[in-house]
Structures are given as C-alpha cells and as structure tokens.
Write a protein that binds this ligand. Structure first.
Ligand SMILES: *Cc1c(COP(=O)(O)O)cnc(C)c1O
Length: 439
C-alpha cells in the first residue's frame, strides 16, 4: 500500500533549478494561471447571487501586492484586519466598498484609516458601535460580526464559538444595529466566521442558514434591511493527498436552497452573499522550494534543508501536514510504511527505508516540516518542494534566530518568472537596532 499518492506540480526540476540560479533557495513560488483559474471557478459558482457574489480575499493569507493585484483583476474584494493591510490597499489604489475591515480589539486610528478609505467596517464588539461613532464617525454602511455561541460546533483550528473572542452575542447584535441606526447608519451587513480549514460544504450551508434566519428576524424585530451577509472565510484545502477539495457546485446549491427557503420565502428584498476566504484562494497555488543541505542519522533520520519554520510555520505551530515532493524522483512503488500519515507510520521489518524528519536550522525542536515522512532516495543538494504554502506561509514568517525571511516568486501565466519579494538580508534583520543606544 502506497500511503502517499503523488501530487502534480506546474514545474519540473530543471525549471526550478533555473529559477534557483538567479533566486537562491529557499523561496515561495506562486502559480498565477492556477490562481486565476480557481478565482473564476469559485466566484463563477455563485452566479445566482442577487447583486453579484464577491469573495473579499483575506489579505493576511498572502499579503503580496502582486498577488492582490491579480485577485483584484479577477473581481475580488479584500478583507483587511490591520492598519498595515489597509495601507497596502492605499498603495494599490484600492478604496471604498471593495474593502471590508474585519478586525478585533481595534485601535481608534485603524477605524479612522478604514473610514478615510471608505472601507466597509465590520465591528467585532457592541462597545465599538459608540467607540467608532466617537472616534471616527458612524459610516452610512456598517457590518456587525455575530458569534453564534452554542448554536454552532466550531472546528479544530478556530475552536468552539463560545470560547472564541470574536463577535456579538445574539442579544448584543439586536442592540448593536439599533444603536448604529440611532447614530446615523442607514445600510447594514451581517457577518460571521466560525470555521477554519473546513472541507465539509454542509458546514457553510448551515452557517448561511443561521445568518439568513437572523436577517429575517432583524427585519421583523427592528425593521432593518440587511443588504449583505458575509459568511466569512474558512473553506479548507486538501493538504493531505487523500483529501478532496470542497465541491463548489454542492456548496453553492446548498446556500442557494437556504436562500430560497428563508430570504425569498419571507418576501425580503434581495440580500447579497459575500465571503472572505483566504486559504482556499491562494493556498494550493504556492510552494516552498528548499534544498537539502545535510543528512543526519542518530536515533532518527533527519534531512536538514535550507528553509526553516520562519518560512513556513504551520507544521511547527499546528502540527499541520504539508505534502513534500522531490521533483524528478519518484516514490518507491511499494511503500515500506504502514498506516496513514495521521496514524503515524510504522516500519515493517528492519529494511532501511527512506523515512525522514525534514528539519530547518532553528534552535527549536519543532522546526520540522515533516515527521517520519517517506520520500524517494534523496541526496544532499536535491530540491524539495513543500506544497500548499500559498496561504499563511511567507505571511507568518518571523526572524527568530536571526533568520532572514525568504523570497517570493511569481510564475506568470506566460510561464515567465518574476521576483515579487526579495529575500531579506542580514542588514534587514538588524535594521531596527539603535546602535547609538548600545552602551
Ligand atoms: C483569517 C480570516 C479569514 C480568512 O480565513 P481563511 O481560513 O484563510 O479562509 C476571513 N475572515 C476573518 C475574520 C479571518 O480572521
């Protein structure tokens, strides 16, 4: 039984070696054609939505302006959560209702920045209704974030809604809209985000139902017309080879049925449906390319590569699985391992197998990209390709142990290659030190 079916790549080893000749490893490489193709399929699946469906890309997933420009070109909006992300919008010339500002524990100056940009502001807390009005002025359009509490189970990454710090309770939501209207708001949106990396489409359909029902109740209780519901992000991606991507036709049809049964049946005006997915939009179309630097055999077998957890934190932080390919080399026909990656492999007999912990060079034992992973025959100097790094990859980078963050490269639709962020240098890492203050 081969536990790890191979996954395809949009490039081969000689192509990568050519890129590496001018941009040394490690680097993340993103596939423009695949990002565009997915964006069309995803947004196209919701063509039934009155007023037009829009995904507001969660900028935090991959905040590189070259990628954001591609997504803008494909008709996406942007979900920002910080002042820096709003500044990125300013620099890209993106303004107005193409931006949703969804933040929490928000400082006044970020509300002011969002107001100046004309962004849709999505409030996380009842006290922020008055705070926003006082500090930045109540906008005409305001969105509130609902936390459904025990109505909803939640999932592993985001936790159960009752434990989550985000959003308004149901009672607070009614109070919040009433108060926002008193303070001058005239247009209203409703938001929730209760899942992360979820592959079951039913989960999102159920979320849509909860929000649609609230829209009806808000109309009945307060006479408020909600003009859009924002289902949040959280659509998962198949990190593991045996997993399957969410079927957008099933997802879209499920949400459409709920819309018909709840919004249309209640005779309400059309309500737009929007989302703010990040991971599913770019995650599968990015790869971290790294070179094997060193092999080590002690109580376990280690492949040391030139990337570290500073370039991709998910395995170390969440124990997340990221598939690894050795381009140009195939896995053995018959795996010497038993069990699935979840169960953890077990060696069968004493035959030497190509099973490795793939490690970076941080002084942290969780600086590992894979544990007990079966790989083809690998030599020092080989390239490894770590899959699904197009979201929460480079973006989560850090400089611990003085590691400069790596470069980002775009594989253009015409197959040319463009450096879209250079690697940091040691000087970059040291640049905030105030040498004059050193005694
Ligand atoms: C992180 C986040 C998203 C995007 O989540 P994905 O899992 O990348 O789709 C959307 N909205 C909010 C409020 C978030 O915090």
């Amino acid at each position: 039984m081969n536990t790890v079916p191979e996954r395809s790549l949009p490039f081969d080893v000689s192509f990568l070696e050519e890129v590496a000749a001018s941009c040394p490893t490690p680097f993340h490489i993103y596939d423009e054609a695949a990002i565009r193709d997915h964006a069309r399929r995803f947004q196209g699946a919701f063509s039934w939505v009155p007023g037009g469906f829009c995904n507001y890309y969660a900028v935090k997933a991959l905040p590189n302006p070259a990628i954001l420009a591609i997504l803008r070109d494909e008709g996406m909006g942007f979900d920002c959560s910080s002042g820096t992300e709003l500044t990125l919008m300013e620099r890209l010339g993106i303004r107005g209702e193409d931006i949703i500002f969804t933040s929490n524990n928000t400082p006044a100056e970020e509300f002011r920045q969002a107001r100046d940009l004309g962004a849709i502001i999505n409030l996380d807390d009842l006290s922020h209704v008055d705070f926003l009005a006082r500090e930045a002025g109540m906008p005409e359009l305001i969105c509130l974030r609902y936390n459904p509490g025990s109505l909803k189970e939640g999932n592993a990454i985001i936790g159960t809604p009752r434990e989550a710090k985000y959003g308004f309770t149901r009672e607070q939501l009614f109070e919040g809209y009433r108060r926002a209207r008193d303070l001058g708001a005239r247009r209203f949106g409703l938001h929730t985000m209760v899942a992360s990396n979820e592959l079951n489409p039913d989960y999102f359909v159920e979320t849509a139902r909860i929000l649609f029902e609230l829209v009806v109740e808000l109309k009945a209780g307060l006479g408020i017309d909600i003009e859009f519901v924002n289902l949040g992000g959280g659509i998962g991606i198949p990190y593991r080879p045996e997993q399957k991507a969410v079927d957008y036709q099933i997802l879209s049809r499920g949400i459409e049925t709920a819309y018909q049964e709840i919004i249309v049946s209640a005779g309400l005006d059309p309500v737009r449906v929007v989302t703010e997915n990040g991971r599913v939009v770019t995650g599968p179309y990015g790869w971290l390319v790294t070179r094997v630097r060193h092999k080590k055999e002690t109580y376990k077998r280690y492949l040391g590569v030139d990337a570290t957890m500073a370039d991709l934190m998910r395995p170390g932080m969440y124990g997340a699985y990221h598939h690894i390919t050795v381009p140009g080399k195939a896995l053995p026909e018959k795996s010497l391992l038993e069990g699935t990656p979840e169960q953890g492999p077990e060696k069968t007999g004493s035959a030497p197998v190509n099973v490795w912990d793939v490690t970076g060079s941080l002084c942290e034992n969780n600086d590992k990209f894979a544990l007990d992973r079966e790989l083809p025959e690998v030599e020092v100097g080989d390239l490894l390709v770590i899959h699904d790094t197009g979201a929460h990859g480079h973006a989560m980078g850090f400089n611990y142990n003085g590691k400069p963050r790596c470069a980002e490269v775009l594989l253009r639709s015409d197959r040319s290659v463009r450096l879209i962020r250079r690697a940091e240098t040691v000087d970059d890492v040291l640049q905030t030190i105030l040498w004059d203050a050193v005694p």
